[in-house]
Design a protein around this ligand. Structure first.
Ligand SMILES: Nc1ncnc2c1ncn2[C@@H]1O[C@H](COP(=O)(O)OP(=O)(O)OP(=O)(O)O)[C@@H](O)[C@H]1O
Ligand SMILES: [Mg+2]
Length: 369
């Protein structure tokens, strides 16, 4: 069985390193501090939040994923759903269901995944004034055994039309819940900054900020090598260093490339450097449709700019040599192209560099594009 995991939260034996960060977070949980965890995409934010709660003896996790929410109604439903799932096997369950009876909650087990699913009456719209009530319900869970609340992809709250009102209502309740640790996790840096560091945001300086960095080569390569040896495959540093480079050191992307390397090699063998090409081709084949879809959204100028960043890197996009290679003679057209590529979630800005969100798309472009 392929031992590499990507795209999901990893924990236990699949979780590598981060001892200091885990200790820091568990310390904050124990002292009921609110924290905010930020970092690049696929770097391991959700996993470190999850693993920290597991590491705290006996803490219960109330995990609420806010990815893609579009309304206050959706926000409240996600929280309520998490509460119902958390309490489904406890003796408080009936009481909670009674409290929520106006929403007609119903629980069922998904026949395919065997996961419990909760649904509420879709015809009732949950309004902003219910936010305090929903948080009071979390507080009442705390009276029995406090949960650690994790709001993942918290930045998506800014997608709501009335996001300021939602944040203000959340904050006004959370600040008095001093026994319940809240962990806010988010990835789009400037959006999380907008929530936690802007003076006029209700959440201004309301949580201790922590950053998740890529795992070190030393620690992560050891962990990955061990996975390769589960059926006596051997990989040397020369190839692994290339894997880290292609994946820009991002753990999720590194594991994705290792997963593909595993698929194109076999047990009891030394993995040869040419297998890296096969592994990339496997990823390209799996992802080609989405790459083509992206390209179909671009104008010729935007595509030229993207190709130039794939080839030359995105550090000095207004330099003469970059513009020459991209075929531009005007920095404002580069700027416009980059703005569009960022809006489409193809590029993101990291420090003073424009980088590909998906490093495999970057690798594919000069190869096939
Ligand atoms: N500590 C770790 N040990 C091993 N692999 C890890 C670790 N952290 C992250 N990964 C790898 O990264 C992948 C993504 O992890 P996770 O979902 O926690 O990241 P994230 O930063 O929350 O991502 P996203 O930006 O998509 O929300 C995992 O599936 C795994 O492949
Ligand atoms: Mg995540």
């Amino acid at each position: 069985m392929n031992p590499f995991k990507y795209g999901t939260i990893v924990s236990g034996k699949d979780f590598c390193g981060r001892k200091t960060l885990l200790k820091q977070i568990t310390g904050y949980i124990e002292s009921s501090q609110h924290i905010v965890i930020m970092g690049e995409r696929r770097v391991g934010k959700s996993s470190v939040a999850y693993e920290s709660v597991l590491k705290c003896n006996g803490e219960r996790l109330l995990y609420v994923d806010l990815l893609g929410i579009k309304s206050i109604d959706a926000l409240c439903r996600r929280i309520l759903r998490a509460i119902v799932i958390l309490e489904q096997k406890t003796r408080w369950f009936d009481k909670i269901i009674k409290t929520l009876s106006y929403l007609r909650p119903s629980i069922s087990v998904d026949p395919i995944t065997s996961m419990p699913t909760v649904s509420f009456d879709a015809s009732v719209e949950i309004k902003a004034n219910s936010i305090p009530e929903v948080l009071t319900l979390i507080e009442s869970l705390g009276k029995k055994r406090r949960p650690v609340v994790v709001f993942d992809e918290f930045q998506d709250i800014l997608n709501l039309e009335d996001s300021h009102e939602a944040l203000a209502l959340l904050r006004s309740k959370i600040q008095f819940q001093s026994d319940i640790p809240y962990i806010f996790v988010g990835s789009i840096r400037h959006k999380m900054d907008e929530i936690f560091t802007h003076h006029d945001s209700p959440f201004f300086k309301s949580a201790i900020p922590l950053t998740v960095d890529p795992l070190s080569y030393e620690e992560f390569s050891k962990f990955l090598k061990k996975k390769f040896t589960t059926d006596q495959r051997k990989i040397d540093n020369e190839i692994l260093k290339k894997v880290f480079k292609i994946a820009n050191d991002i753990p999720g992307d590194i594991q994705q490339l290792c997963e593909a390397l595993w698929e194109v090699t076999s047990g009891k063998k030394i993995i040869s450097p040419d297998k890296l090409k096969n592994a990339l081709e496997l990823i390209f084949a799996r992802e080609q449709k989405s790459y083509e879809n992206y390209i179909s959204l671009l104008t010729n100028i935007q595509l030229k700019c993207l190709m130039a960043i794939a080839k030359e890197g995105g550090k000095s996009v207004f330099s003469v040599s970059f513009m020459k290679s991209a075929g531009f003679n005007n920095p404002s057209s580069v700027r416009r192209a980059i703005t569009r590529l960022t809006k489409l979630n193809i590029l993101f800005e990291s420090g003073n560099e424009h980088r590909f969100i998906n490093p495999f798309f970057r690798a594919w472009l000069p190869y096939k594009g």
